[in-house]
Design a protein around this ligand. Structure first.
Ligand code: HEM
Length: 142
């Protein structure tokens, strides 16, 4: 599967906004995630704000490099290894995805049109599927 041209275009155009409001979006995302899916709280290190913000920070960084995954600061392999150590499973991806998209809507308001949200949804699950695939292999080889 490849990302549609429209998605890449919208994500690149809106990435600076996500970076600018990154902290607000991140904070809101964890609020929603832990409120709606309290079982995910245990996956993250105890109350280490700066640490658990890594995840949303990475997703935002991905935004800026949507069409060149290889320049991500962390490789897919590093992220997958960290996830497997943290016991992240495929069923958690829709939870984080829904929370992230809702956080973007809450923080950006009208700017987060349906097109913008759809593009981010596609981009999130695109990378998510790659990570899930790699994590399956790592779990199987443990
Ligand atoms: C496309 C989706 C995702 C991306 C791009 C992503 C990215 C990252 C990155 C870059 C890190 C930091 C790795 C490191 O420090 O070495 C990380 C850590 C982590 N991620 Fe993800 N992640 C995603 C989805 C998820 C999901 C669905 C969960 C489940 C709730 C999750 C839970 C975690 C946890 C628990 C950590 C470790 C936190 C820490 O030690 O500070 N991630 N992720």
């Amino acid at each position: 599967m490849v990302l549609s041209e429209k998605t890449v275009e919208i994500c690149k155009k809106t990435a600076p906004l996500l970076v600018e409001y990154g902290e607000d979006i991140t904070t809101r995302m964890y609020e929603i995630l832990f409120m709606n899916y309290p079982e995910t709280r245990a996956l993250f290190p105890e109350a280490l704000e700066a640490q658990y913000k890594k995840l949303a920070g990475a997703i935002v960084a991905y935004a800026a490099n949507i069409d060149k995954l290889h320049v991500l600061s962390h490789t897919v392999d590093d992220i997958a290894k960290r996830h497997v150590t943290s016991n992240v499973k495929s069923e958690h991806y829709p939870m984080v995805g829904a929370s992230l998209l809702q956080a973007i809507k809450d923080v950006l308001g009208d700017v987060a049109s349906k097109d913008v949200i759809d593009a981010w949804k596609e981009a999130y699950f695109f990378l998510g599927d790659i990570l899930i695939g790699r994590e399956k292999e790592l779990y199987a080889s443990r």
